[in-house]
Structure formats: C-alpha cells, structure tokens
Write a protein that binds this ligand. Structure first.
Ligand code: NAP
Length: 256
C-alpha cells in the first residue's frame, strides 16, 4: 500500500527516540520529512544525518506556548509547509494522590498535556492549508488507571477527550484527529521504569506473560505503523477515534 507520504512535513514531539523516534524513522522510509521536537542531541543528530537534510530537529524540551510557536516557525522556515502533527512527548512521572503534592500534580499535567494544545494551536493555520492530520499519543492508563500517577493519567485522559473535541471543531477544514492508545511498548522510558524494580528481568517476564497476543510487548514500530496510516490519505474517513494498539492487553479477557 502506498501511503503517499512522500514530501509530507510532519511535526513529531519527542521524535528523536522511543515511539516518536520510530514514527520519524518510518516517515523517512516513506519519503516524508519529520520535524523532531526533542532535546535529545545524539539520537536526533543521527536521524537528521541519515535523512540527508530531509529532516529537522528543533532541540527544545516543550513546555511553554513560545516553545511550540518556535517549533512551528522553524518547520515553516525550513520546509514552507506542515502536513501533519504527532503529539507524542511525555513521561510517566509518578505523581500520586497520596505520595504527590498539589504543586507537583499541576506541574505534571502541564508538562504532559499543555504542549499538545499549544502545538495544535500554532500548527493549525498550516494544517488548514494542507488539510493535514493530527495524531495524539495517549496511554492505556487513561482507560485503566495505574496507581500513583495522577498527573500523567489526567493528561492522558484529557488527550483522548481533546481528540474528540478537535475532531469535531476541525470538521469544516477536513482535518482528521485521532489518538493512539499504547499499553506496553519497550522504549527508553519503559526500560528506565523496568530498571527501577529490584528484579527487572522477572518483572519484565511477568508483564510479557499478561499480554495476550504472543506474550510480548508492542514494538515502537508497530505503534509507528498505525501513526503513519492515520497520517496518510489511506485513513481519509477516520476521525475522532481512539485506536488501541496493544496486543489485546487492555480489552481481552483477563483469564487468558
Ligand atoms: P521515551 O522513550 O522517553 O521517548 C520520548 C522522547 O520524547 C525522548 O526523546 C524525550 O527526551 C522526549 N521528550 C520528553 N518530554 C519532552 C518534551 N516536553 N518536549 C520535547 N521532547 C520531550 O518515551 P516513549 O515511551 O516513547 O513515550 C512516548 C509517548 O508514548 C508518551 O506520550 C507516553 O506517555 C506514551 N506511551 C508510552 C508507553 C510505553 O509503554 N512506552 C505506553 C503508553 C503511552 P528525554 O529522554 O530527554 O526526556
């Protein structure tokens, strides 16, 4: 299937590694042009080098509206257009109800949620011109809870709500908005979390056993395949959807 993503300029927050990195890599392979908004120098530099100029890294950690505006302006300056946005950057920072503090909760929501809105807001004039698409990366924790991570889960739930909200608001411009809901994906963030257990290998094997399809984690590339499809014109009548890509982890029978 030709996704027709050649020359499409796609903003990807957190695009230098992990899930965002796999989406950027997949886009390069399809002939598209990723704009990585991510501070990770080593991984970003390697990807831009490999893409031979058909990629750009904006080396910032998104937080403020000005950060998002700067990223959009850099993309437009370099390539003159924006065809899509993948809101992906985030981290599960463990600010719980009992163990957290109100100030930490507010900071966690701000850091995981606000830049999704800021990027969509500032990219919108370009997305209107290109009839582009938006993909929001959420998390199964928005559907299942996790415990001890109120800020992150509040942000992830809000991302699913905003996916529907923006899908409705942007109907007049034929801009499609969808969310991907991953569960267990072995990325640098996941690896760091697993290593926080006293017996990481046992913990990993225990989680793998609970994933119905093939008893393994979803790969970043499997999330990327869904993201690239949703960005492409092959998904031309899909909007406002929450696509759960997780080997059946969230919804299949617990007794499996
Ligand atoms: P990851 O391995 O940490 O990769 C994320 C990348 O984004 C890193 O390069 C990180 O840089 C960068 N980043 C983080 N915050 C940023 C910000 N504010 N502005 C710009 N760049 C930022 O994470 P991942 O596992 O791929 O997660 C990506 C998304 O998937 C997140 O939204 C996460 O909630 C979601 N998700 C992941 C899983 C999973 O199992 N991995 C499951 C459900 C949902 P630094 O390393 O320097 O921070």
């Amino acid at each position: 299937m030709d996704l027709k993503l050649q020359d499409k300029v796609i903003l990807i927050s957190g695009g230098a590694k992990g899930i965002g990195g796999a989406i950027a890599q997949g886009l390069i392979e399809e002939g598209g042009i990723p704009v990585l908004i991510d501070p990770s120098e080593k991984e970003g530099d390697a990807m831009v080098r490999q893409a031979k100029g058909r990629a750009l890294q904006v080396k910032i950690r998104l937080y403020s509206p000005e950060d998002a505006l700067h990223a959009v302006q850099e993309a437009c300056k370099a390539f003159g257009r924006i065809d899509g946005l993948v809101n992906n950057a985030g981290s599960n920072d463990g600010v719980g109800l009992e163990n957290g503090r109100p100030t930490a909760f507010v900071a966690s929501v701000a850091k995981n949620l606000n830049h999704y809105y800021f990027l969509a807001h500032y990219a919108l004039p370009e997305l209107k011109k290109s009839k582009g698409a938006i993909v929001n990366i959420s998390s199964k924790t928005a559907l299942t809870g996790q415990g001890n991570t109120s800020g992150y889960v509040a942000a992830k739930g809000a991302q699913l709500a905003l996916t529907r909200e923006w899908a409705v608001e942007l109907l007049p411009y034929s801009i499609r908005v969808n969310a991907i809901v991953p569960a267990e994906v072995y990325t640098p963030m996941y690896e760091a979390w697993i290593k926080s257990f006293s017996r990481p290998e046992e913990k990993l094997a225990e989680i793998n056993r609970k994933i119905p399809l093939d008893n393994r984690m979803t790969t970043p590339e499997e999330i990327a395949s869904m993201a690239l499809f949703l960005l492409s014109e092959k998904a031309s009548h899909i909007t406002g959807q929450h696509l759960v890509v997780d080997g059946g982890y969230t919804h299949l029978d617990r007794s499996l």
